[in-house]
Design a protein around this ligand. Structure first.
Ligand code: 3Y8
Ligand code: NAP
Length: 261
């Protein structure tokens, strides 16, 4: 139970998902029998099933999200979306401010450059395109399918390794290959993939977390240059980095913490 303004309320949680932390939190909320709905954007054909009632698809902007919060009597929103899902985070902050629903973000810390890492940090996708090497290179583009085109158009003289979650994008054989795979990935697997394709450069988003870090470890081992796209601006709201932090914020018992530790 949660005590709020002198009254006790039973939480009804909207969990904005799409990351490994969101899935970990879903397991903890289900184990603690908290009333919660898991929400996917519907970006992939067959998202991982969740142990909570799940909705898929946009809300219809801020107004649609406000309507959802009211009609579903949501008391707490946990924004566990990916750090690059900035529009969703801004909409959640605006809708919670408008409706008075409590909001907390669950977000892993950004990756930091380690010794021997050859990173070139850029602020956004256009800057990453502008940072492409002049000389022909063999480039691993691992940022999903939404932003592939500007890179291919700017670098027709490069050879591309593309990794996407669902089949769809194609490349002429002389221009590169498309790998269809869903993370989390392993350092050995990404090292073998990048070695076998003679990769010289990697383009990545500073997503943080374990699921996408394997390619950075592989890049370090192979001496690849990394064009690292830093995170977009996020709204000002309370943020925790662990599932235990969310359970504490929800005032859940120690037993619930035990589920995730
Ligand atoms: C639809 C849900 C879980 C969540 C797993 C994490 C780890 C594996 C690594 C690479 C980088 C990338 C991408 C990535 C990773 C986790 C996590 C993560 C990166 C799924 C998922 C959805 C999505 C959407 C997808 C984006 C794309 C980004 C692929 C499910 C599998 C590149 C981000 O083809 C497309 O249109 C892909 C779109 C948004 C990035 C983008 O900006 O385009 N994620 N990924 C979610 C929804 O509909 O709400 O299908 O099961 C989730 C995961 N992807 O529960 O274990 O926690 O980050 N996802 C990046 O980090 O750069 C892959 O290849 O090395
Ligand atoms: P985005 O650009 O921030 O959001 C675009 C629109 O997609 C939102 O305005 C909203 O539509 C809808 N949306 C996004 N996340 C949603 C969710 N969890 N539930 C319901 N609707 C959602 O988002 P994105 O970058 O395309 O990411 C989409 C999803 O993939 C997110 O859940 C994110 O966590 C996951 N993901 C993204 C990345 C990445 O690199 N971007 C990586 C891993 C996972 P309406 O305006 O109609 O409400």
């Amino acid at each position: 139970m949660i005590v709020n303004q002198g009254s006790t309320i039973t939480p009804r949680v909207l969990l904005l998902g799409g990351t490994s932390e969101a899935s970990e939190l879903a397991r903890a909320l289900a184990a603690a029998k908290v009333a919660a709905v898991f929400s996917y954007a519907g970006r992939t054909a067959q998202p991982l099933p969740q142990p909570l009632p799940t909705r898929v698809g946009g809300f219809g902007g801020v107004a649609g999200l406000c309507e959802y919060l009211r009609s579903q009597r949501i008391t707490h929103v946990i924004d566990a979306t990916h750090p690059f899902a900035a529009q969703m985070s801004w909409h959640a902050a605006q809708a919670c401010a408008a409706t008075g629903v409590a909001l907390l973000a669950l977000q892993r810390p950004a990756w930091t450059r380690q010794a021997r890492d050859r990173w070139q940090s850029v602020p956004d996708i256009p800057a990453a395109v502008a940072a492409l090497p002049r000389e022909p290179a063999r480039i691993f583009l691992a940022i999903g399918r939404q932003h592939i085109q500007p890179f291919l158009e700017a670098g027709p003289h490069h050879w591309w390794l593309l990794r996407v979650v669902d089949a769809g994008p194609t490349l002429p054989a002389r221009q590169g290959v498309v790998v269809v795979a869903r993370g989390p990935f392993t350092p050995e697997g990404d090292w073998a993939l990048m070695r076998d394709h003679g990769i010289t450069h990697l383009i990545a988003k500073n997503a943080g977390g374990q699921g996408g870090y394997a390619k950075l470890e592989a890049a370090r081992r192979l001496g690849c240059t990394v064009i690292m796209i830093e995170r977009p601006p996020q709204p000002d709201r309370p943020v925790v980095e662990t599932v235990a932090g969310v359970l504490h914020w929800l005032g859940l018992t120690e037993e619930a913490h035990a589920v995730v530790t």
